[in-house]
Design a protein around this ligand. Structure first.
Ligand code: C2E
Ligand code: MG
Ligand code: MG
Length: 730
């Protein structure tokens, strides 16, 4: 047994060398290490160096006997369990045996030694001792294990405590943040929500916990969207996006969400943390900003930026679908006048009313935009063919024709519309808009309240106009303006009773330009103010000169344009012109068209009354071409009503025109106003008018407008034109 196990140390303690030798020689056959000691003291010394499986201890020894030695051995901790076998020749009695056991003896060997018994007993105790050693080692290991475990547990507890502290800190922090936070388990069941979540979503804690985040799902995103979120999260990625969610009350809101998957040490997802910022306000602010940047604040219509954007899209679509697109530019004809005379507030109201009328003319998908001032633009989308555009444009013209009632004033505003078409007139927004603008300008040239489609030659017209404008700016300085005079004849007596001064522009290196062409440009450019004053002065000076030369006293009619009539200093200019020329005021007659008077009735009446106190007389020019209101006529201090030549032209062939002229004459006479017919070209016309009681006439039949020299000659030769033309028949 012993020989199979590892070698054990056996200590043999005996003062008798012979006995020691005998014991050792028996034990050597057990194949164990034997150490010998010759006294108790010697034995204790041996025990300092090493440990022994069994100690054979002689009882009778000098100095320190076996019992004393055993006590000392036992008192040492390392050998307290080592089996001690006493070797003795005899036993003194039972007391000795008991004492020996109490000292730790496990057995006795009696001398003389019987080798088999010695070997057997020692083997048993070696075995036992080894087992005890093993148990002891095991115990020690266990103890160490327990120690280690205890240390580990202590560390774990400390760690957990710290974790608890940080969780407490974390959750109180989560309570304080403004972001809505919720935590779900791995299956997406809500375990925690913070206060902001309650505020933002409207769900109380106990309503949310245990539920799925689907409670705030809005339905604004499709299933694919949510599937993508899950894919990202299950890959362990942090997911960030702006999501539209729904509050408990059903209201939708934008939330900038960050969802973080939490994993354990093995990398398995245990939770999801979602943290969301309510973006509603900033998105609304952004939308407001976007709206402001793309709309006109006054009318709420899209502005130029948005118009161009939409036009771009419309062109792309039209290109795919082979459809047409129309771009319209719209400009109010008399906006500036309203703004200047009635003030900006009325101007703003007019713009708003205008916007409403324009909007009423388009269908959904079309755009009406305001570019600023009185400039509006229209985009007609998805038009089947260019022919479809004209009726729509006509709708716009008609919508703008009726008066606007602003601030108790009835205003004739009218609008000029220019149209360009895709793809004929351009394929990009810039050229389409430029060409619509050119067309609008051309419509304005024609007197407004009309529309015009762009055509290729239009730009050349625009250039030509620019050339005229430049020429006009220098005309006064270069003395290129002159006045011609057309006689006005008394139909009853056939006498010249007045002259109408008509402006002529003798432009260097070119033909005489018609006033119909350049007066509107003088108006627009404001040059009319200076030219108008020159005209008045020239007419007055000429009148005075003819009087001084002894020619008969005739009325001098001078045309007053819209801009001149509206100018504040007209009275002053008239007074100075009359005074400087030393002319008497009652010879001066001002021709004002009815549309100028009707533009602003009250102001017109006041102005006319003020001027008439100076002795000046008035004629209404081009009567019948505007929105003549007879009831207003009574209120103006008017002397003469000039029937427009368009009625006179067909007076002998067209029964309608004849009836209108008859009615005008009757009505004017009933108001005490004289009637003059313009553009009389034939004897028949003159005769018809005379029969109807028309007082005066003017036209090529009597005389075209003539230069000052020619008029002088004519008046000197025969101031009674009737003698060679009309008078014969009276
Ligand atoms: P208006 O005041 O109605 O002038 C009459 C126009 O009829 C003149 O054209 C005259 O030449 C033309 N006329 C005269 N007899 C006949 C006729 O028998 N048949 C036809 N078809 N026409 C006849 P004009 O001189 O070309 O002037 C055109 C317009 O230009 C004037 O119309 C007037 O509105 C404006 N205008 C002319 N001179 C002045 C001016 O000095 N100041 C202002 N503000 N406007 C002027
Ligand atoms: Mg006239
Ligand atoms: Mg006229």
């Amino acid at each position: 047994m012993g020989s199979e196990g590892k070698k054990a140390n056996i200590l043999v303690v005996d003062d008798n060398p012979g006995k020691r030798l005998a014991l050792v020689s028996v034990l050597e056959s057990l194949n164990q290490n034997c150490v010998t000691a010759e006294s108790g003291l010697d034995a204790l010394r041996c025990l300092l160096g090493q440990e022994f499986a069994v100690i054979l201890l002689d009882v009778q020894m000098p100095d320190m006997d076996g019992f004393e030695t055993a006590r000392l051995i036992r008192s040492r901790q390392r050998s307290e369990c080592t089996p001690i076998i006493f070797v003795t020749a005899y036993v003194r009695g039972e007391m000795d045996m008991l004492e020996a056991y109490s000292l730790g003896a496990v057995d006795f060997i009696f001398t003389p030694i019987i080798p088999e018994i010695l070997r057997a007993k020692v083997s048993v105790f070696v075995e036992l001792s080894q087992q005890i050693q093993a148990i002891k080692q095991h115990e020690e290991q266990l103890e160490r294990l327990v120690e280690l475990r205890t240390a580990a547990l202590t560390a774990e507890i400390a760690e957990r405590k710290q974790a608890e502290v940080s969780i407490r800190k974390l959750s109180s922090a989560m309570e304080k943040v403004a972001d809505a936070i919720f935590i779900t388990d791995a299956d997406g069941v809500i375990e925690y929500v913070n206060s902001a979540f309650v505020v933002v979503t409207g769900y109380e804690r106990d309503e949310a916990i245990g539920k799925s985040p689907r409670i705030i799902k809005s339905g604004s995103h499709d299933e694919k969207f949510y599937a993508q979120i899950w894919e990202a999260l299950l890959r362990g990625e942090v997911y960030r996006n702006v999501i539209v969610n729904r509050r408990k009350d059903g209201q939708l809101y934008h939330e900038a969400v960050t969802i973080t998957p939490l994993t354990d040490q093995q990398g398995k997802v245990t939770n999801f943390i979602s943290s969301g910022k309510d973006m509603s306000e900033s998105i609304q602010a952004q939308e407001r900003l976007h709206h402001l940047a793309h709309h006109d604040a006054l009318t709420g219509l899209p502005n130029r930026v948005l118009f161009v954007e939409r036009l771009k899209h419309a062109l792309q679509r039209a290109n795919h679908r082979k459809r047409a697109v129309a771009v319209m530019f719209l400009d109010m004809d008399r906006f500036k006048m309203v703004n200047d005379t009635l003030g900006h507030e009325a101007g703003d109201q007019l713009l708003q009313a205008m916007a409403a009328r324009l909007l009423a003319c388009v269908r959904e998908g079309d755009t009406i935009a305001r570019f600023g001032g009185d400039e509006f633009a229209g985009l007609l989308n998805d038009v089947a063919s260019p022919e479809d555009v004209a009726p729509i444009v006509q709708k716009f013209v008609e919508a703008l024709a009726p008066t606007f009632l602003i601030d108790g004033h009835e205003l004739f505003v009218g609008g000029s519309i220019g149209i360009s078409l895709y793809p004929e007139d351009g394929t990009d927004p810039q050229s389409l808009m430029k060409n619509a603008d050119t067309a609008m300008y051309s419509a304005k040239q024609r007197g407004g309240n009309s529309s015009e489609f762009y055509y290729a030659g239009m730009n050349e017209n625009a250039l030509a106009r620019l050339d005229v404008e430049t020429g006009l700016r220098h005309a006064l300085g270069r003395q290129e303006f002159i006045l011609h005079y057309q006689p006005q004849v008394d139909l009853k007596h056939g006498e010249v009773v007045g002259l109408e001064a008509l402006l002529r522009w003798e432009r260097a290196e070119s033909d005489m330009v018609s006033p119909l062409e350049f007066i509107p440009i003088l108006e627009e450019t404001g040059l009319i103010v200076a030219v108008g004053e020159w005209m008045l002065r020239t007419a007055c000076v000429q009148h005075r000169a003819w009087q001084a030369a002894g020619l008969p006293p005739l009325r001098m009619a001078v045309n007053i344009s819209s801009r001149q009539f509206e100018a504040d200093d007209l009275t002053e200019i008239l007074r100075r012109s009359i005074q400087d020329a030393d002319m008497s005021a009652e010879f001066l007659e001002l021709e004002i068209t009815e549309s100028v008077l009707m533009k602003n009735v009250d102001q017109g009446i006041a102005a006319l009354h003020a001027l008439s106190t100076m002795g000046i007389r008035f004629a209404i020019d081009d009567f019948g071409t505007g929105y003549s209101s007879l009831t207003y006529l009574k209120r103006f201090p008017i002397d003469i009503l000039k029937i427009d030549k368009t009625f006179v032209r067909e007076i002998t062939e067209n029964a309608d025109d004849a009836a209108i002229v008859k009615a005008i004459i009757m009505m004017a006479h009933s108001l005490g106003i004289h009637v003059l017919a313009e553009g009389v070209e034939t004897r028949e016309q003159a005769e018809f008018l005379r029969q109807q009681g028309c007082d005066l006439a003017q036209g090529h039949y009597f005389s075209p407008p003539l230069s000052g020299k020619e008029i002088e000659r004519l008046l000197i030769e025969n101031h009674s034109l009737g003698s060679h033309s009309f008078g014969k028949h009276t």
